[in-house]
Design a protein around this ligand. Structure first.
Ligand code: GLN
Length: 213
């Protein structure tokens, strides 16, 4: 069973993709603690990280979300990736709340105002095998990962792009154990490979848990 925080942002598109994957028994929006407690895994969608954090705070969900992320598979896309980061640069004036969990630092809105959104075909570890099956990554006012702060974080994808201020090869997808983060929006394409990969991460995690019992 997989679910999504539906406080703000592009969550319906994720749900529609998850409903196509046979191993997913239920894909539901999450708006309160009861719903959060009833699920095995979570996707934190794109949208506006400041708004998602604000609504989560108001609904008393920030601490429960931190606890969830510590113990269960979670995937953050775009704004969701910002929320999963332990550290964020270029945050809203006065700072913004993060859920944290991933040992990465992100730069919000890395591509500035000129390139608010663009698509780039990229290689992703575990997903693409050759230059003929690249993943169509949609970036919308996207963040990038500016530093990896633990050897437990695996880089899955980089974006070769000379519009990035800080690096010509920006990290745009990572995995740290049961946590996955992508700077782009896989739910806005017809390509469901990343969703299928996340479902596999969840199933492997649940199988490991079963063995421990
Ligand atoms: N720029 C947004 C933020 O800071 C993220 C954009 C997105 O999720 N598409 O939260």
């Amino acid at each position: 069973m997989i679910s999504k925080v539906a406080l703000q942002g592009a969550f319906l598109e994720h749900i529609h993709i998850l409903q196509r994957i046979p191993q997913v028994s239920r894909a539901v929006p999450v708006r309160n603690i009861e719903q959060l407690n009833s699920i095995d895994a979570l996707i934190i969608p794109g949208g506006e990280s400041t708004a998602i954090a604000l609504v989560a705070e108001r609904s008393g969900l920030i601490e429960p979300l931190r606890e969830f992320v510590r113990s269960k598979p979670t995937w953050g896309t775009c704004a969701g990736m910002i929320l999963l980061a332990n550290k964020a640069n270029k945050t809203k004036k006065g700072g913004q709340s993060l859920i944290g969990g991933l040992d990465i630092t992100v730069n919000r809105n890395e591509f500035g105002s000129q390139i608010n959104s663009f698509e780039s075909a990229i290689q992703i570890q575990h997903i693409t095998t050759s230059s003929s099956d690249l993943f169509p990554a949609v970036f919308i006012r996207a963040p990038i990962i500016s530093s990896i702060n633990s050897p437990d974080v695996a880089v899955l994808a980089r974006l070769q792009c000379n519009t990035v201020e800080t690096d010509v090869s920006a990290i745009v997808a990572v995995k740290q154990g049961h946590l996955l983060a992508t700077a782009f929006h896989p739910e806005l394409t017809n390509d469901d490979r990343l969703h299928r990969f996340f479902v596999k991460v969840v199933l492997d995690f649940l199988n490991e848990k079963k063995k421990e019992l």
